[in-house]
Ligand binder design. Structure first.
Ligand code: SF4
Length: 581
């Protein structure tokens, strides 16, 4: 097959419109039935379609005609139905290794994981019949996947799986964290694992009262406590701060041995790099088809991913390369003062926040780094005037546009909320954030990633001096994170404004920020806000608290975390240059 058709009949309700689309098809006009209308459903015969695109122009929201890469010679491993999403190939867990999966959202990562976890039975492209084990083994003959499915057939594989969406856990599981974890503790290691993942203090809390970061670690603990030999973690670091991300990465790395394999989907590229030995790249067309590449060493895979071109397969999956630049020091830029603060103090229950003095300038993007519970969001709210400080002063009244960390949903249409953005920022915001397909949806109907994009667009489209953007990378895939960085930087430069970005993805922050505000203190006890520093000093200060070092990859120039106690790690620590320059 050279092309596939994807039809969303839920968006094609009008029968007259369907008949009209059918009447336009040149293949139908010449007497063959390429577009069929049966049971009021429109379907396309892919073997007859000539790919002219006329039907797509007539119903762009409902029909996709996609040319498949020439290198794709095999049938899909799974297809959801006629004119529905197809997945080609599978990533295979390898014993003794942590294997990563990297790809944009909607490309079939969860489908692949569900097949490996035994939650979804694949059909080898024939959506009317599930494949049996024999067919699967035959399909994967001569590959790692063949060995995997042979073990599955013999009952030698037991999978434990942490799903992506931990927010759903309190909706399906009720009660104390301890009781819930005891139920799955087949290894009888609850005390040990809780200590390692630092959740001992919340074991007696109700699951509905714990934070996103705690929920994530409880979900990881529940996965690890089950006796299994293949562990799958779908986005194990969302909601975690960088300290916790590194801790969880080390923990997951240490799980593998000759009898255990780990598979991880992760969008934080620094963490993916730190945690995995091998990576499968997934590419294709969102909601159309997904292809799993051959596995590559992690370093190569991330560089290939950034380059947008798979050499062996001869597939270009992005029309541009993502490049990291060595930026000129900000001191060379002309700095116009925006605002200053001094002697800010705020007490929130038992937590104390202090900000001695600091200043913000026009035309700069400042990253805000610090662990969870150290007052980043509270400081941002004080600057935004959402929260009033007990003492101290903020000079120069400024107008602030604020995107909160936790996004509120409502029944409003996206179109109504983003009226200004659509009117004024079509090229700077709406198009690059791919908001158009979302305009007719209600906010409640959006996925986490879609809601994040809408919230960023809304924040940037408001008239303000300072844009405070709290955790914009949450729910976005690696590619969307880099697109968002570009949009924010471009917008701030063009409008001569200022942005403060709070986030835990260090590659995203490196790509986006010119300066850093680093928080000191102790989680839930006190937080101290330091004056903005240039990237080198700020990162050096921050990495010192984590005791990790970063180098720059020679090829892509992206930041990479050095392995602990490696030659580079020791050298950079001895020179007190923890951040590459
Ligand atoms: Fe017909 Fe295919 Fe052209 Fe659509 S793309 S009008 S189905 S030939």
């Amino acid at each position: 097959m050279t092309r596939i058709a994807v039809v969303d009949n839920s968006k094609l309700k009008d029968m007259d419109k369907k008949k009209h689309i059918q009447s336009l098809c040149p293949v139908n006009r010449s007497g063959s039935e390429c577009i069929k209308l049966g049971d009021s459903k429109l379907s396309i015969d892919e073997s007859l379609c000539i790919g002219c695109g006329i039907c797509v122009n007539a119903a762009p929201d409902s029909i996709k005609i996609i040319n498949l890469p020439e290198s794709l010679t095999k049938d899909p491993i799974h297809r959801y139905g006629e004119n529905q999403f197809s997945l080609y190939n599978l990533p295979t867990p390898i014993f003794g290794k942590v294997t990563g999966i990297l790809g944009v959202n909607g490309i079939g990562k969860t489908t692949a994981i569900n097949i490996l976890a035994g939650v979804l039975n694949p059909n080898l492209g024939d959506w009317e019949k599930e494949a049996d084990h024999k067919q699967l083994i035959e399909f994967f003959k001569g590959t790692e996947a063949q060995l995997f499915f042979e073990k599955v057939e013999k009952g030698d594989i037991k999978v434990s799986y942490k799903p992506q969406n931990v927010d759903m856990i309190p909706k399906t599981s009720k009660g104390k964290v301890r009781t819930l974890l005891e139920k799955v503790d087949e290894k009888k290691e609850l005390e040990k694992i809780s200590k390692e993942l630092e959740i001992e203090k919340i074991l007696d809390n109700d699951i509905k009262n714990i934070s996103g970061g705690e929920l994530q670690r409880v979900a990881i603990a529940a996965t690890i406590l089950k006796k299994a030999n293949v562990y799958i973690f779908d986005e194990p670091t969302s909601y975690l701060d960088i300290k916790q991300r590194i801790k969880v990465s080390k923990f997951i790395r240490n799980m593998v041995n000759n009898e255990t394999a780990v598979l991880v989907v992760e969008h934080d590229l620094i963490i993916l790099d730190y945690m995995t030995d091998l990576v499968y790249i997934m590419y294709g067309k969102e909601s159309g088809f997904g292809v799993v590449s051959q596995p590559k060493s992690t370093k190569t895979a991330i560089n290939v991913y950034l380059s947008g071109y798979l050499k062996e397969e001869n597939v270009r999956f992005r029309d541009h390369e993502i490049k990291f630049e060595v930026r000129p020091p900000t001191s060379l830029k002309k700095q116009h003062l925006l605002t200053t603060w001094h002697d800010i103090k705020k007490k929130l229950g038992n937590f104390n926040l202090e900000a001695d003095k600091g200043e913000l300038h026009k035309n700069e993007v400042i990253g805000v780094l610090g662990e969870n519970g150290i007052g980043k969001t509270s400081f941002v709210k004080i600057l935004a005037g959402v929260l009033k400080q007990d003492k101290g002063k903020i000079e120069t009244k400024i107008v602030v546009s604020y995107k909160p960390q936790y996004l509120e949903t409502s029944n409003e249409l996206v179109m109504n909320i983003l009226k200004e953005a659509v009117k004024n920022y079509e090229t700077q915001i709406i198009r690059p954030l791919n908001i158009k397909p979302l305009l007719l949806k209600k906010i409640t109907q959006l996925s986490g990633g879609e809601l994040q994009r809408v919230s960023i667009a809304l924040c940037l489209s408001k008239e303000a001096d300072l844009y405070l953007i709290d955790e914009p990378s949450a729910y976005l895939d690696a590619e969307q994170r880099l697109i968002v960085s570009k949009i924010i930087r471009g917008f701030i430069e063009e409008k001569n404004k200022t942005a403060l970005i709070v986030d835990h993805d260090l590659l995203f922050m490196d790509y986006l920020s010119e300066k850093l505000i680093v928080f000191d203190g102790e989680s839930a006890v006190n937080g101290v806000v330091n004056n903005p520093l240039d990237m080198e000093k700020g990162m050096n200060k921050f990495l010192n608290t984590l005791q990790i070092t970063f180098r720059r990859d020679e090829e892509s120039k992206r930041p990479r975390a050095n392995k602990l106690d490696s030659q580079m790690d020791k050298k950079q620590k001895s020179e007190n240059k923890l951040y590459y320059t």
